[in-house]
Design a binder for this molecule. Structure first.
Ligand code: WTA
Length: 641
């Protein structure tokens, strides 16, 4: 059995692509019919990019959890939905069948209801990578609450800002999370985030590490107690049920915060139906998933990749999704290969930064690991360099597994540009061709389309695909400004790209002030704001520089007039400040103290010069005549770290 909407040859791809452009409504209507609706849609698509306003499957009604779980029960009930690999390989693996997943999601939905959560309420989820995280996400979707998952690497302050922005009323967390040898005290971070918070009424705490936690009467409750109580409510004479809320196709499904070029993260909002169709369609086609296969996406559910390709996409396709709690280098650098071997993984989807870091350990960790179950490899998050691509191909895929280089963003919900494994050709370092329904184009700085091949420019998309961002939570104008105002009638990605003679796209990286550190988006303005909060800092400017493993490292130029003495100790104070305000993921790799920053007469920092310094350039800074004080450039270059 394959999927009715699975494209299996290059000719089918071309035909699907052509139809998706000439008749998008017919094309997506045919695909959406293969999902379960409570009420069919009246019109497939209504849109304009001016407001912007995008509506897919207008007035259709559904619940995504019925599509991800209930409709599979008759055929796949006893098949694994989730295989959970714990941090410690000696701990027991958990296999969650579709029946079990159904029961747990119904139970958790009941827990939410028992605690007063209603459709449309915002529920913040701050957990480690345990199956309960998936139950929490799906439990929210079951009752129509909007989940906002926050990655475990964000600090209390970051969480507080997100709770405030989303006006969240409910939190689901763990006592702690395992990460290799470390235990991260999640609940204690939540407690800090809640100081001064006025909206959160309830915190539910799942026990993972049995780390000591404070439990506040009337606010904090244990997951285990709540689930036990709910069990008898949802299970009657062996039959489990909890009604799935009837959602409008365009009702919000979740919020996920992401960095942009301003100092404040944006709450990207995705809707129920379009998101479901897009993640399922791209999952089945890009990875050419075959029923029964084990799909292992190594991302964290705190990022969009985990939302779309660990939880929703695979489950909507009735797949088996492997959920891994640990890190790739613990207990040793053979961890991924051990998991592939033991669970007979067929599809491995990871990030270039992970590949580069594992490459550094040589081939020894691969010894004795049987990787023959692998059929497809994938990458996501940043451009993959040639060396890493070939290592992945040769040593992991043994030259016989197609590699899909998947380009997409939090805002796009799922993959937009990628080869389809084994169906359309790969080209190392190229994401290659657009998915059906996606119309990429390149524009110059003036917004004029760069036609013909080869070409280079800023990457835009011409018309909506079902998974496009709908709004930024609580501030629609911000969504318009950030994505739909730079170029008229186009969605602007913020990325630069090249296009070769055959029309293959190669993403070259961000063209705005957003860094990509280990595949994680970090706005330079956010890091600057955090650095500037340090008592001794007058001003700062942050840029990226090439980093062997992380892809980009964070380089901060800081005017510092604080405490004298050991500059390294002062640097550490600044790093600590950033870690407190944003989280460890935003820690600067290098901090250079400078006496001034290269500013134009109008006061704008010339980042291009700082980027050159950070990249190691010592002359050739281009035109510096518009600078207020051109001499500062030489000083900065001379002091480079
Ligand atoms: C970058 C992650 C090159 C890009 C899914 C994009 C990539 C940003 C690729 C989105 C790729 C993602 N090749 N660059 N295959 N995939 N990017 O929102 O700059 O965390 O704009 O979504 O990552 O990051 P985000």
């Amino acid at each position: 059995m394959s999927y009715p909407y699975q494209v299996q040859t290059i000719d089918e791809y071309k035909a699907a692509y052509d139809k998706s452009i000439s008749d998008p409504e017919g094309f997506w209507g045919d695909i959406a019919r293969h999902f379960q609706w409570k009420k069919p849609w009246e019109k497939v698509l209504e849109w304009n990019f001016k407001e912007p306003s995008v509506k897919w499957f207008v007035n259709g009604r559904l619940n995504i959890t019925e599509n991800c779980i209930d409709r599979h029960l008759a055929t796949l009930g006893e098949k694994p939905a989730i295989i959970w690999e714990p941090n410690n390989p000696e701990e027991r693996v958990r296999v969650v069948t579709y029946n079990r997943l159904h029961k747990r999601v119904c139970q958790f939905a009941q827990v939410l209801r028992n605690n007063g959560v209603k459709k449309g309420d915002r529920v913040c989820i701050y957990m480690g990578m345990v199956p309960e995280l998936a139950y929490a996400v799906l439990g929210c979707a079951r009752i129509g609450a909007i989940h906002s998952v926050i990655f475990g690497g964000f600090s209390a302050q970051s969480i507080a800002d997100r709770l405030e922005d989303a006006q969240a009323t409910f939190i689901v967390t763990c006592d702690g999370a395992y990460r290799g040898e470390k235990v991260i005290p999640l609940k204690s971070v939540i407690d800090d985030a809640l100081v001064g918070n006025k909206t959160v009424k309830r915190v539910i705490v799942y026990t993972r590490t049995r780390t000591a936690v404070s439990m506040i009467k009337g606010r904090d409750v244990w997951w285990e107690d709540e689930m036990e109580h709910a069990e008898s409510q949802v299970e009657k004479e062996g039959v489990v049920s909890f009604p799935a809320e009837e959602m409008d196709a365009e009702d919000p499904l979740f919020i996920l915060y992401t960095s942009g070029s301003t100092g404040k993260p944006k709450g990207v909002v995705h809707s129920c139906a379009g998101y479901m169709v897009w993640t399922a369609y791209t999952f089945v086609n890009v990875f050419q998933y075959q029923p029964g296969e084990v799909h292992f996406c190594t991302a964290d559910i705190g990022w969009i990749t985990g939302h779309s390709y660990i939880v929703y996409g695979p489950l909507a396709a009735g797949a088996t999704s492997l959920l891994f709690e640990g890190i790739p280098t613990w207990p040793d650098a053979g961890r991924f290969w051990d998991i592939v071997d033991r669970h007979k993984v067929n599809i491995l989807y990871t990030a270039p930064t992970a590949i580069r870091s594992l490459m550094g350990f040589g081939l020894e960790p691969l010894q004795g690991k049987d990787l023959s179950s692998l059929r497809i490899l994938g990458t996501v998050g940043e451009p993959i360099n040639e060396e890493a691509w070939h290592w992945y191909d040769e040593h992991i895929g043994k030259g016989r597994c197609p590699i899909v280089d998947t380009w997409w963003q939090t805002e796009t919900a799922g993959i937009l540009i990628s080869n389809l494994a084994g169906v359309t050709p790969a080209k190392p370092t190229y994401a290659t061709l657009p998915m059906p329904g996606v119309q990429p184009l390149l524009v110059d700085e003036n917004g004029v389309e760069v036609k013909g091949n080869p070409a280079a420019g800023n990457l835009c998309i011409r018309a909506p695909w079902p998974g496009i961002i709908r709004t930024t939570y609580g501030d629609h104008e911000r969504c318009r400004q950030a994505y739909f105002s730079t170029y008229e009638d186009l969605y602007f990605t913020g990325d630069g790209a090249l296009r070769d003679e055959q029309g293959n796209y190669r993403i070259t990286g961000r063209v705005d002030d957003v860094l990509n550190v280990s595949g994680h988006r970090i706005g330079t303005a956010e890091v600057e704001n955090a650095i500037n909060m340090h008592a001794g800092v007058v001003e700062s400017a942050v840029v990226g520089y090439p980093h062997d493993i992380k892809g980009q490292g964070i380089y901060a130029f800081v005017i510092y007039q604080g405490r004298a003495g050991d500059p390294d100790a002062n640097r550490k104070d600044i790093v600590q400040t950033v870690s407190r305000l944003i989280g460890p993921i935003a820690k600067p790799d290098k901090i250079q103290f400078v006496s001034g920053l290269p500013k134009t007469r109008s006061g704008k920092i010339m980042r291009r010069i700082l980027r050159k310094v950070a990249e190691g350039e010592s002359s050739n800074f281009g035109d510096t005549t518009t600078l207020l004080d051109p001499a500062v450039v030489e000083q900065i270059a001379a002091g480079r770290l």
